[in-house]
Write a protein that binds this ligand. Structure first.
Ligand code: C5P
Length: 483
């Protein structure tokens, strides 16, 4: 599906639309382009790809990073002559048109979940679901932006690394690796020598950090008893006979380990997780493909895709999205010197929230068909989704029910982040649809993917919202069991 000159050849309709959007952006004589994106890693990476393409053709632009797309967001956008919505917008094409935010291109991978079509020459939409692909697995917003950018033929396509980081940030890679268009992007990047892929231990900061720091800063999955405990991490390594310092002085890094020591460490970590009550699946999440970005310096936090994605996530979720965008745009001086501290602060907060969750079961309430994680007085609304994702992927809660998590939002509203294991979508549950329906019923707004969705709802309607979600999940399970 990718030709010898790197152009996307199929699925044909999707590549046609990507090309049309590329041409529409390029041929516009807009005085100001407004790029609107979501604050997470995929949103920041996708916006960076479009922004870099616009920089190449010397067009002025502004980027607006938002929490979600709703009436209020659309009304508050700066006035521009061309709007590019990335990683959001598909749920709001009608509102975009009604507000006159035209011409516009929507580059989104969330399920459109709408009945009316307004798409035409003034409003183009690139969304994998329209072409029978799964936007939760086959391609991220960054991947779509990458195909648009390819259509513009102005960038060096090694920026595929941003598409890979965006997809990893959105957890589109499973234990078997990428599928769909993500697989094509990764294959192309590997074949062209932009990226190297190998299998290894996914500890934070490997291989540039001292091993002790890698253990203590790993939060995904959480290593209970080790994460953020330096003394415990040291004891853990010493108990395996791994010396903390090399004979010539500096601290031992992953690179210094022999094959035998790596295997000992891997086995001990699995045992540790199992003893702490983790499931074998979550212990296995410690291993997998590692994507190495060969254009980044070896000692950079941006050299490895997972760390790159976590860095963007940290920036977006700690409201330093300007810094995340600077990284996406290629700033390796000022911005890079600041991101390490942001990344560590993000990890510290995640650890704090996840430890709390582990030590106090009362945060999770189990209902008939869902479980509710109420962290309204604890977690910042932008970090909630990350906490919910790790809680589910680390099997810290019941794997057989979707997790509906809650945090306070602004103006008396509640932020909802829902997550579940992929196996539940096979039983008929589509969280994107359910969360959107239940949120709209109480005057809120929501949407997302089959396995990950979000919403913002009025506080006073929280109980009704949860009841509706529980009911809709139950209905889906019944329907799924019949079919
Ligand atoms: O906010 P949260 O991280 O929980 O969102 C999960 C997924 O649902 C994300 O991909 C987000 O972009 C999407 N979402 C959406 N519409 C909303 C809220 C979230 O499509 N109103």
């Amino acid at each position: 599906m990718v030709s010898s000159d790197g152009q996307l050849e199929g699925p044909y309709e999707l590549s046609d639309v990507a090309l049309q959007i590329a041409e529409s952006i390029e041929s516009s004589s807009a005085g100001l382009y407004v790029i609107v994106t979501h604050y997470d890693a995929d949103g920041l990476a996708a916006a960076s790809i479009i922004a870099r393409s616009l920089m190449k053709i010397e067009r002025p632009f502004v980027v607006r990073v938002v929490d979600q797309i709703d009436e209020e967001t659309l009304t508050s956008l700066p006035k521009g002559d061309y709007y590019v919505f990335v990683d959001l917008g598909s749920s709001a094409v009608r509102a975009i048109a009604d507000k006159g935010l035209l011409p516009a291109s929507v580059i989104d991978h969330h399920e459109p979940l709408r009945s009316s079509e307004v798409v035409g020459k003034e409003l183009r939409e690139l969304n994998p679901h329209i072409f029978g692909l799964n936007g939760g697995r086959d391609v991220s917003a960054s991947g779509l932006a990458y195909f648009v950018s390819k259509g513009m033929k102005v960038l060096d396509h090694e920026i595929a690394y941003l598409a890979i980081a965006g997809a990893i940030g959105d957890r589109q890679e499973s234990a078997q690796g990428f599928v769909g268009l993500n697989k094509l992007i990764a294959q192309e990047a590997i074949e062209r020598g932009w990226v190297r892929r190998f299998t290894g231990l996914r500890l934070y900061g490997v291989p540039r950090y001292p091993l002790v720091k890698s253990l203590m800063y790993t939060v995904d999955p959480l290593l209970p008893g080790l994460t953020y405990d330096e003394a415990a991490s040291e004891r853990f390594l010493e108990s395996l006979g791994i010396t903390l310092k090399k004979s010539n002085g500096p601290l031992t890094t992953y690179k210094d380990l022999s094959v035998d020591e790596i295997s000992k460490l891997a086995t001990a970590l699995i045992k540790h997780l199992l003893m702490k009550g983790f499931s074998p699946q979550s212990a296995n999440a410690l291993f997998g493909f590692i994507y190495e970005f060969l254009y980044e310096p070896e000692d950079s936090p941006l050299r490895y895709a997972h760390e790159f994605a976590q860095t963007l996530n940290a920036c977006g979720r700690l409201r330093k999205h300007g810094l995340g965008l600077a990284i996406g745009l290629g700033d390796r001086k000022e911005a890079l010197s600041q991101v390490e501290a942001i990344s560590l602060e993000y990890r510290r907060r995640l650890t704090q929230y996840l430890s709390l969750l582990r030590s106090d079961p009362s945060y999770i309430r189990v209902l008939n068909n869902v479980q509710v994680m109420d962290m309204r007085n604890v977690v910042d609304e932008r970090i909630l989704g990350a906490v919910a994702s790790i809680a589910v992927s680390s099997y810290m809660c019941d794997a057989s029910k979707p997790l509906i998590s809650l945090a306070h939002s602004i103006k008396g509203k509640v932020k909802v982040s829902a997550r579940m294991h992929e196996a539940l979508s096979k039983r008929g549950i589509n969280l994107g649809f359910i969360i959107k329906t239940a949120a709209e019923e109480v005057g809120g707004s929501g949407g997302g993917h089959e396995n990950a969705a979000g919403a913002i709802i009025p506080s006073e309607s929280l109980n009704t919202f949860i009841k509706t979600v529980d009911l809709l999940v139950g209905k889906s399970l019944k329907a799924g069991a019949r079919s």
